[in-house]
Design a protein around this ligand. Structure first.
Ligand SMILES: Cc1cc2nc3c(=O)[nH]c(=O)nc-3n(C[C@H](O)[C@H](O)[C@H](O)COP(=O)(O)OP(=O)(O)OC[C@H]3O[C@@H](n4cnc5c(N)ncnc54)[C@H](O)[C@@H]3O)c2cc1C
Length: 568
């Protein structure tokens, strides 16, 4: 085994059986290796700083599906819990609440096969979004990149975590269960299955289903299982047509972008009122033009301006301190992308339609830098910590444009009335960022409440022990689940940020099915415990008075009209 052997948290017999599968170089029980990634990434403020994340008992790195099968069977034989992980950009996966977990790390399983003609790729779990994108952009094809960054695993992002979604889903399919045409799955007990087109063989990835009923839906509903339902070892991913020219890097360090070729162009447009912006958005959808459509809040614009040689956070505050509720209320920014998929004329034609819509709604196109930092390769993940040092996501939700508009309105109102709002970045009643999917039939929104970083960092002199739990409660309750279920949107952040049992009553008690599947396929409960109920476990550890607020949220969820309470 690599490093210093340690069998404090895993029976030596089990570790030796795992070593017999992968050999001595791809396994470790060394405490330094096992703790190297603990509690980093998304939600690190809760899991890392809060001391919740525990180091792995052992890390094992398979090279083939057969090795994965062997590892999972050994874990079942010795009752050892395991968790598949790839880039670990979410703190809950590094590993999580227990000290006895075996991490199955897919760093060596990173093969990509591309069928250019039929526009699909077959990927192993170690393949990252940037790696896939790098391979396919050269072939005039693209997929999507998540806000978390190009270093996320394609498979982890499509099935393991939340959504597999980003702004390019305006033109591609937003639902990963439809973008994945086939899946090879090692069940929680170590049985090997193929689903969708992979049932017919690798050359069938152009269609979504194999013969017989499709079981791909078992891999993911609205949210993923978080590693709580076995391991996907191969996946067929649908690819979409792009344009032939290269995206060339330009600039140095933090001030670098990829220069856009002539057939890819961004447009920043300002409107005089929010109504005019929203009307223009709706007309863009109706005309079925553009490749991405976003409403940009003023604080995102200020974040985007911060670059170059100064300390980014200070730069942000210098800009943001000048804003007031009045200036924010007068600024309405739309940012859209056009891709000339078939030719430059195609782009020019869409541009003319766009400019007609803009001028009819009194908008003004602004000078726009034709470079890209966030769309095709590697979004500026770190920027999301820029304002206060905290990643402040409280909801991420998708639904119809009307539903998302209400959702955002609710958030602005809730944050404004929240008793601890002084602990957050003052947003001056700005409306959240949102983008369109599926040519405007659906919208995706993210609401953020950026907490004061030093106050929730136990190692900082300004640490306030109440601030972290308060933020967690706000993200679960008043600024989170209450808003989502309050108007019926779907939740991006279930499983990893929110207790899904809390939401389940408002969504036809979907957790009943989760429990049935879990009992059927993972009777020993060794696959990624306590996923998908990670946040329930955290909630149970909070003081009772803090739990009450969630219980009230759950009661409100139970009373929603779509639960069969029409009088509500
Ligand atoms: C700032 C920020 C912004 C983000 N924005 C977005 C966004 O806009 N859209 C979006 O979709 N996501 C977003 N994310 C989430 C991000 O996409 C996920 O964290 C990412 O997909 C996880 O990839 P990973 O390789 O780090 O997976 P890991 O963290 O290693 O794993 C994620 C989960 O998947 C499970 N898993 C891993 N591999 C497998 C497998 N082979 N089979 C079954 N389960 C597996 C793991 O057990 C774990 O629970 C964001 C994250 C951050 C930090």
């Amino acid at each position: 085994m690599k490093g210093v052997e340690n069998f404090e948290f895993i029976p030596e017999e089990a570790a030796r059986a795992l070593e017999a599968i992968v050999g001595p170089d791809r396994i470790t029980t060394d405490r330094a290796y096992c703790g190297a990634d603990t509690g980093m990434g998304l939600s690190r403020e809760i899991f890392g700083w809060g001391g919740i994340s525990q180091d792995a008992a052992c890390i094992v790195q398979p090279k083939t599906t057969q090795e994965v099968v062997g590892i999972v069977k050994v874990c079942n034989r010795y009752n050892v819990p395991y968790l598949p992980v790839v880039c670990r950009i979410c703190a809950p996966t590094n590993p999580q609440l227990r000290k006895d977990i075996v991490i199955i790390d897919f760093v060596w399983m990173n093969k990509v096969e591309i069928d250019e003609k039929n526009m699909y790729a077959i990927v192993e779990p170690g393949v990252t979004l940037a790696q896939l994108q790098g391979e396919i952009l050269d072939k005039d094809l693209y997929e999507y990149i998540c806000g978390g960054g190009g270093y996320a695993s394609v498979i982890a992002d499509h099935v393991g975590y939340a959504s597999g979604t980003g702004i390019l889903n305006y033109r591609t399919d937003a639902w990963t269960t439809r973008r994945m045409s086939g899946v090879e799955w090692v069940s929680p007990e170590g049985e090997l299955y193929r689903m969708g087109s992979l049932v017919e063989g690798d050359e069938h990835g152009y269609w979504h289903d194999g013969l017989g009923p499709s079981t791909i839906g078992l891999m993911k509903g609205n949210n993923g299982w978080g590693g709580g339902m076995g391991i996907v070892t191969r996946m067929v991913i649908k690819l979409y047509p792009f344009q032939p020219e290269k995206l060339v890097p330009e600039g140095i360090g933090c001030d670098s972008v990829v220069a856009l070729p002539p057939r890819v162009r961004w447009y920043n447009i300002t409107f005089q009122t929010e109504e005019a912006l929203q009307k223009a958005m709706a007309e863009i959808h109706e005309a079925q033009i553009c490749a991405a459509v976003n409403r940009v809040p003023v604080y995102w614009r200020e974040i985007a301006k911060c670059r170059g040689d100064k300390d980014f956070r200070n730069q942000f505050w210098e800009l943001w301190d000048k804003q007031t509720p009045e200036t924010v209320a007068q600024t309405h920014i739309l940012r859209v992308l056009i891709i000339g998929y078939t030719s430059l004329k195609h782009l020019e034609c869409e541009e003319r339609v766009l400019m007609d819509i803009v001028s009819e709604n009194g908008g003004t196109p602004r000078k726009t830098r034709q470079g890209d930092e966030g769309t095709f390769f590697n979004p500026n993940t770190l920027d999301q910590w820029m304002t206060t040092g905290v990643f402040g996501l409280t909801t991420g939700s998708w639904e119809s444009p009307r539903c998302i508009a209400e959702h955002d309105e609710l958030f602005v109102d809730r944050l404004d009335k929240y008793e601890f709002k002084h602990e957050y970045l003052p947003q001056h009643r700005e409306h959240p960022w949102h983008c369109s999917w599926a040519l405007g039939r659906t919208r995706y929104t993210e609401t953020h409440a950026w907490n004061d970083g030093p106050k929730i960092d136990p190692l900082d002199p300004k640490f306030d022990p109440g601030a972290g739990p308060r933020h967690l409660i706000a993200a679960f309750g008043k600024l989170g689940v209450d808003i989502i279920i309050g108007n019926g949107a779907q939740d991006l952040a279930g499983v990893f940020i929110r207790p899904i049992k809390l939401e389940s009553p408002a969504y036809f008690d979907f957790t009943l099915w989760i429990d049935r599947f879990k009992k059927e396929f993972d009777p020993k409960g060794v696959s990624g415990p306590p996923f998908p109920y990670m946040m329930e476990a955290i909630l149970a550890g909070l003081p009772p008075e803090l739990q009450n607020e969630f219980k009230e949220s759950a009661a409100r969820a139970q009373a929603q009209p779509w639960k069969g309470n029409p009088e509500e």
